[in-house]
Design a protein around this ligand. Structure first.
Ligand code: GDP
Length: 277
């Protein structure tokens, strides 16, 4: 009964009828489906032969999860819904990567921090974005630029949200977790290297794009129309650093983990979510 009452209390004080939501994005093959499945069903391990599910309902692309911020993922599994204090929706937007990203990016750019719940049409308050990537293939020549350019678009959309605020009211901030997955594999870059590789690549993309805009003859008026100049992070900074996103109230954290195999697991991601939903 406890969680239900809390849930009702919670929803009655927000203008939304839906739960707070977390958007899961990332290149295909990064493990999004595997992560959603794990959160939904719990891990199959000798410790947890029949783990209590952390979810109460799901559709193909939005999964309702219960979280107790003081607990680790495993504790939440053991104690199940009885001690859960918060519920949230994990929204994965299926479909072709290109379609998926343009629809998602448009929503991230909008000043209201909300996201359409797939299939229901309702809007849920957006509390956080999880960008999942495959740390075991990140150093490859193709995948680093691909992953970084997707991340660039996500971060730039959130940055532009900040500019689109109405009046003096800043839009609610939406923090980003860069979840560096597949840490069970020996080829996986540690989180610190994932961070520095991405920063270097985001910096490269940033200068290439600003050069491209100039070369393409896009007028200054066109560029500044909605203060969207395509430049990620602070003006005048030579190197891109994730900390620069704080200027736009976008907190970015990189945490390693793994959905499958032996490694740090998903505990730290779960905790990060618990602190933000
Ligand atoms: P999606 O395209 O982002 O939904 O990625 P999937 O969930 O389909 O995962 C892609 C592949 O990566 C699958 O073969 C998964 O089993 C595998 N995978 C996902 N997470 C991990 C992990 O933490 N470690 C390892 N070794 N493989 C993983």
């Amino acid at each position: 009964v406890g969680p239900i009452i809390l849930h009702l209390l919670y929803t009655s004080v927000t203008p939304y009828t839906t739960l707070p939501s977390v958007l899961l994005v990332g290149p295909s093959g990064s493990g999004k489906t595997a992560l959603v499945t794990l959160f939904e069903r719990g891990p199959a391990s000798p410790d947890h032969p029949e783990p209590a599910p952390t979810h109460t309902s799901s559709s193909p692309s939005s999964t309702e999860l219960s979280i107790s911020p003081s607990h680790t993922y495993k504790t939440d599994l053991d104690s199940a819904a009885a001690t859960s204090t918060k519920k949230f929706l994990l929204i994965d937007t299926p479909g072709h990567p290109k379609l998926r990203s343009s629809a998602v990016l448009a929503q991230l750019r909008s000043p209201e921090a909300s996201i359409k719940v797939p299939h229901s049409g309702e809007k849920a308050p957006l509390r956080a974005v999880v960008f999942l990537l495959d740390a075991s293939t990140l150093s490859s020549d193709d995948l680093l630029p691909q992953t970084a350019s997707y991340l660039y678009d996500v971060l730039l959309s959130l940055q532009n949200r900040f500019h689109s605020r109405k009046g003096s009211r800043a839009p609610a901030s939406v923090p980003v977790l860069i979840a560096a997955n597949k840490m069970d594999l020996f080829t996986a870059l540690p989180a610190s290297l994932v961070k520095s590789s991405l920063e270097a690549e985001l910096g490269r993309i940033r200068s290439a794009r600003s050069k491209g805009l100039l070369d393409s003859g896009v007028g200054q008026d066109d560029i500044t129309e909605d203060k969207d100049d395509g430049w990620l992070g602070g003006d005048g900074s030579e190197k891109f650093k994730f900390e620069q996103m704080m200027e736009f109230d976008v907190e970015v954290e990189i945490i390693g983990g793994n959905v499958i195999g032996d490694g740090p697991g998903v505990d730290k991601w779960w905790k990060w979510l618990g602190e933000r939903v």
